[in-house]
Ligand binder design. Structure first.
Ligand code: ZN
Length: 678
């Protein structure tokens, strides 16, 4: 039987995919791609049609085979799949590095640019420009010995980053909290308690078992009345995969992190960048280390006063000094007292089906698309749903899966990923397909899944990424959708969409009691909206702490001194942290964004893109948030363009000027309209 991972169907055949298919499929695919690459590299008179387009097709095929594997590894993890996945990482890494370091292909692209450049469409020129840049960043042109060292550093990095992620997952799964007295769970919501009772029953013990998944952790530190329980969860969560805490040294990432930083630095130095931060900026919208740190300090300066006032007021409210694990609990209480509204109270008003319908309506009104569920599509878990997007005239545009609920062996958090990328090539066309993954509390026996408003915002955010991937009009896979988009601009569409989750008109549409259908009461809604700026200063400073930590870590690495991870974290905290953090907190050890994923020297992108998103949304507010003309300009300049143009130019085309931090500070209530930064 044919390996299901090698099919080129419009959609992956998930039910047929087994762990034992993974390695053979990847080997076969890479072998055939390598043979084709050798032919392409030897093309006598290279042209866009004879070299670039075929390479775009190969790019598409790798993603088409690998995407379902890495996706299943994240959402349906098993030992067998993990082994297959890990066995392929070095193969893929070697393939990508060989491709990226191919001198003949590099020269072919440069020849094409020189000879054909003027006759090519701008989007085709951009494909070449990106490729030439990436060849340089991959070490083309380096002497053989340096090239080999670069390659081995990259190989090592892919292994280490996977190891980091595994340790975090194992550490998260490796801790739970068991109680036999229901009183100890006071404050937690019924759904969580119900789930904890089921877990205990599955384990054959009396009482309740709480696990360390993200929704449970957040619920405990926000709602549990027991200070002991909050502290235990905080300690377990913030010491995951470290040498501290309840599972000290069991899945310790400390050495893995040092190795990751060392290899990143070495790779950057081999390319003559001073450090990894400079290397990372070569493909970003921001252009220098000073520009990024200047930006972060500007925001810190603007937000510090607000954050300090917020924390002083919170300690006042609690009547004592607050340790880190009590901050969420008292913040929730203060918020409740001030706004008479809480995340948990509002859950019944945000049933997932109604939220989804409202979200789709927003996309339909803005961009003239239609979104409809399709039931007959093969999926990887019974909870997964599938939706198709079509244009105003009914033409198919793309489709996406929604895997909404938390479950064991599924990575925590929420994300959007490419399942199939868009292409329109002589070798064939494909429509884009996306995965939207969340970790919401599952539905109960007699009720749909009920979301907190935070969950609603998360869903809108990931859907914004989805739109970026799905509404692209670019024909070439390497720069279609989110591919090739500067990393610090990639959160623009997602954070832009979050604004709609706060808009009164949208809240009216998505908010309705799951049992009675009663709309979200107007007073509650107004108070919910007011909560958006509650503790915005503290939240900003916290993000800046992560961003500065990450950026300094990569800008200041020294081979003599090593990563100095905890030292730099301490310095950053002295500078920007407002809430005191216990000495044993080891948050870096589970900071997957930076150590396992693509946010290395890039965590600042969240704030950077927030500035872009707030400024872009302000353009809509000026004309009405559903203004079709503004939406069309946003679509034309940014959403549809993928990586086919410079992010700053695209923004300027849409906004008529460079981005300004004012809109974000105003949105956060940190700066009143017209007020200068304090
Ligand atoms: Zn995002």
């Amino acid at each position: 039987m044919e390996n299901p991972l090698l099919g080129q169907d419009a959609l992956p055949q998930f039910p047929q995919i087994r762990a034992e298919h993974v390695e053979p499929a990847v080997r076969e695919l890479l072998d055939s791609n390598r043979a084709r690459l050798a032919q392409l590299a030897a093309t006598p008179r290279p042209t866009f049609a004879t070299v670039v387009e075929p390479l775009e097709e190969l790019h598409h095929r790798v993603s088409r085979t690998w995407s379902p594997v890495s996706h299943l590894n994240a959402v349906l993890n098993s030992d067998a799949l993990r082994a297959g996945y890990n066995a392929c990482l070095p193969l893929l890494s070697a393939y990508h590095t060989d491709l990226a370091q191919s001198e003949p292909l590099y020269h072919a692209y440069r020849t094409i640019a020189a000879q054909e450049g003027a006759a090519l469409a701008p989007v085709q020129r951009q494909v070449i420009e990106h490729a030439v840049r990436d060849f340089r960043l991959a070490g083309v042109g380096l002497p053989a010995e340096r090239k080999a060292r670069f390659k081995s550093a990259m190989l090592e990095l892919s292994r280490l980053q996977a190891k980091f992620e595994e340790n975090v997952l194992d550490a998260t799964n490796g801790w739970s909290w068991h109680v036999t007295d229901l009183g100890e769970l006071r404050g937690l919501n019924d759904m969580l308690i119900e789930q904890a009772a089921r877990r205990a029953a599955q384990q054959g013990v009396a009482g309740w078992t709480l696990t360390l998944d993200q929704p449970t952790y957040v619920a405990v530190v926000t709602d549990a009345e027991s200070g002991e329980l909050r502290r235990a969860f905080y300690e377990a969560w913030t010491t995951r995969a470290s040498e501290a805490g309840p599972n000290a040294r069991r899945w310790d990432n400390s050495a893995v992190m040092e190795d990751i930083l060392r290899h990143r630095h070495e790779a950057a130095r081999l390319l003559d960048f001073r450090n990894y931060a400079e290397y990372a900026l070569a493909t970003r919208m921001a252009h220098s280390v000073a520009e990024v740190t200047g930006f972060l300090h500007e925001l810190a300066h603007a937000a510090r006063g607000a954050a300090q006032r917020e924390f002083a007021e919170l300690e006042d409210f609690a009547g004592r000094k607050l340790p880190a694990w009590d901050v969420g609990f008292y913040a929730e209480r203060l918020q409740r007292e001030r706004f008479c509204v809480s995340q948990e109270q509002l859950r019944p008003y945000f049933p997932l089906p109604r939220v989804l319908a409202g979200l789709f309506e927003v996309a339909e009104r803005l961009f003239g698309v239609r979104i409809r569920e399709r039931g007959e599509v093969p999926v990887w878990h019974p909870d997964v749903r599938f939706f198709a997007i079509s244009g105003a005239g009914g033409e198919p545009i793309g489709s996406f899966y929604l895997d909404a609920y938390a479950r064991p062996n599924k990575r925590s958090g929420a994300w959007m990923d490419e399942c199939v990328g868009r292409k329109r090539l002589p070798s064939g066309a494909a429509l884009p397909v996306a995965y939207l993954v969340c970790n919401f509390l599952p539905p109960g026996n007699a009720r749909p899944a009920l979301l907190t408003h935070d969950d609603v915002v998360t869903l809108f955010h990931e859907f914004g990424h989805g739109l970026h991937h799905l509404l692209t009009r670019v024909d070439y896979p390497s720069i279609a959708g989110i591919n090739g988009v500067a990393w610090d601009a990639v959160e623009l569409p997602s954070q832009f969409m979050e604004n709609y989750a706060w808009h009164p008109e949208v809240l009216q549409r998505i908010g309705g009691h799951f049992a009675s259908g009663e709309p979200l009461p107007a007073a509650q809604q107004a108070r919910l909206i007011a909560t958006r700026i509650f503790h915005a200063g503290l939240a900003t400073m916290r993000q800046l702490e992560f961003a500065l930590f990450d950026f300094r870590l990569h800008a200041e690495y020294s081979p003599q001194l090593g990563g100095r991870i905890m030292q730099i974290l301490g310095e950053v905290r002295n500078e920007v942290a407002v809430v005191p953090v216990p000495e044993w907190n080891r948050f870096p050890n589970s900071f997957g964004h930076v150590f396992a994923g693509g946010y290395a020297a890039g965590y600042y992108s969240y704030k950077w893109a927030e500035v872009l998103a707030a400024d872009a949304f302000a353009a809509f507010e000026e004309r009405g948030v559903f203004d079709r003309g503004t939406a069309q300009r946003f679509f034309d300049a940014i959403l549809s363009r993928g990586g086919s143009r410079d992010a700053l130019e695209a923004f300027i085309e849409f906004r008529g000027r460079r981005p300004d931090v004012g809109a974000l500070l105003k949105q956060n209530g940190i700066r009143a309209p017209g007020e200068l930064a304090a």
